[in-house]
Design a protein around this ligand. Structure first.
Ligand SMILES: NC(=O)c1ccc[n+]([C@@H]2O[C@H](COP(=O)([O-])OP(=O)(O)OC[C@H]3O[C@@H](n4cnc5c(N)ncnc54)[C@H](O)[C@@H]3O)[C@@H](O)[C@H]2O)c1
Length: 429
């Protein structure tokens, strides 16, 4: 006989991986259900026990409100849990291939703790098939239980957006799925009990996996098109934003803007899909072309700045250039896969002296991850060029006057994200 699913009125939930995705989820479940938040990072657990979230996604009050949440780095504390939700990173390696090691390791943790009737739900972004081809066999091996007889699986992708206080777990519609119709129903009802925006029950785990990965792939390709247009218009001497503003008056023109595509989602997830496509003998063209264009934008920005400096007779060797912003996006401290580093690397290849200022990021983390030591305060009147790379609210507040006050006479101001009012920068993407 197949094992009965847990009773939702008497369950214990485990969330494996308490990062940007896992913590808000564990906190939401922990307001209502006994919940164990597990992470291998003992420092993170220690901070969370003091109700401090360094990702700034959750404040102290929100963490205190999650009265049934217990955080731990001891896998023994997972014993007795009925539902295991995996929210660990799914990065790519140096060859841009999926690095499934955290997911495999988390699956081993689940396999060691899951009992008959247990449910393993994956939230990490993957390619279609990964849950059932990679994670489920590990759980079977570790637990000795049989899939869809002794335990069940599901996939429910996350849509949160770091630093976005408007779109939060509770008010974003959640896609759910399960390995049997009954498991799918159970998982859907479980999420519906904490997500007020509602749920969409997909027909299978593979459909739910594919839905997530194409959400980000679609965004990546759309931005790549706009970036390519920006490259063309720069050569034509046409202002890209003015073109987009005019074209945007058509009812079905999509409002994408040019820019760097960093972070660990949009610039990474498409490689999961292309990896799977190549594995089955299809070689994606549009998706990978988009990735190449988006990855080239940092170097392009730097080259435009260097060209402008040379046109003004400024020596680039030894010139001081200030880059404002290092985080991968505005108003958040997230440094993962930031493409601002491409601007910096390219500038340095011209023997430019680059300084970086970002009030949001941890200087220690910037040093550790990228060998970059951000300056606490830029020096007024010192720079031959200033690049506004990230639209943090502090930079918006500086305005054109504040930015120019940092410059030497004749310096170049390049505005990647159109932070300044029109006409105030020397060049923009
Ligand atoms: N951040 C987002 O906005 C976002 C949005 C949607 C989907 N996602 C996806 O969600 C997943 C998680 O992303 P994130 O941003 O929360 O990552 P993160 O790096 O912020 O957090 C992951 C956490 O998992 C922990 N961890 C790693 N391996 C572990 C293991 N084996 N066992 C237990 N804990 C482990 C890490 O210590 C870390 O605290 C990824 O697949 C990502 O693509 C992220």
């Amino acid at each position: 006989m197949t094992a009965p699913l847990p009773d939702r009125n008497d369950i214990r939930i485990a969330v494996i991986g308490l990062g940007y995705v896992g913590l808000p989820l564990a906190a939401a479940f922990g307001r209502r259900y006994p919940t164990v938040g597990f992470d291998i990072d003992a420092t993170r657990i220690e901070q969370l026990r003091r109700h401090h979230d360094h990702t700034l996604e959750m404040d102290e009050e929100e963490l205190r409100a999650s009265v049934h949440l217990q955080c731990t780095s001891d896998p023994a504390d997972l014993a007795g849990c009925d539902v295991f939700i995996v929210t660990v990173p799914t990065p790519i390696d140096e060859f841009k291939r999926p690095d499934l090691r955290p997911l495999e390791s988390a699956s081993r943790t689940v396999g060691a703790a899951i009992a008959r009737g247990g449910v393993a739900i994956f939230e990490s972004t993957v390619y279609p098939g990964a849950t059932e081809e990679v994670c489920v066999p590990i759980i079977e091996r570790e637990s000795g239980l049989r899939y869809n007889e002794d335990f069940y699986a599901g996939y429910s992708p996350e849509r949160i957006n770091p630093g976005d206080k408007e779109h939060r777990l509770e008010n974003i519609l959640k896609v759910t799925s399960g390995s049997t119709p009954e498991a799918a129903y159970f998982i859907d009802a479980l999420y519906a009990s904490v997500v007020t925006a509602g749920t969409h029950k997909a027909s299978s785990i593979r459909v739910a996996e594919a839905a997530k990965v194409i959400e980000n792939t679609q965004r990546d390709v759309n931005i790549a098109l706009i970036n390519e247009l920006a490259l063309i218009f720069a050569r034509l001497g046409i202002d890209t934003h003015e073109v987009l503003e005019a074209a945007g008056t058509k009812w079905n023109f999509l409002p994408f803007r040019p820019g760097l595509v960093g972070g660990h989602c949009i610039g990474v997830d498409p490689y999961y899909l292309t990896h799977k496509a190549q594995q089955i003998g299809y070689h994606p063209e549009v998706i990978l072309a988009g990735r190449r264009i988006n990855d080239s934008m940092g170097a392009h920005v730097a080259q435009r700045v260097v060209k402008l400096m040379q046109q003004r007779g400024l020596r680039t060797t030894g010139a001081r250039v200030l880059v404002l912003g290092l985080a991968f996006k505005e108003n958040c401290p997230d440094l993962r896969n930031t493409r601002v580093t491409d601007i910096i690397d390219e500038l340095r290849s011209y023997s430019v002296e680059v300084e970086v200022h970002d009030p949001w990021v941890s200087p220690a983390q910037a040093r550790h991850e990228y060998g970059i030591s951000p300056v606490a305060e830029p020096a007024p009147g010192s720079y031959d060029a200033v690049i506004l790379a990230v639209a943090h609210r502090e930079f918006v507040a500086m305005g054109a006057e504040g930015v120019r006050a940092l410059c030497r006479p004749g310096a170049v101001v390049f505005d990647v994200k159109r932070v300044l009012p029109r006409g105030c920068a020397d060049d923009c993407l």
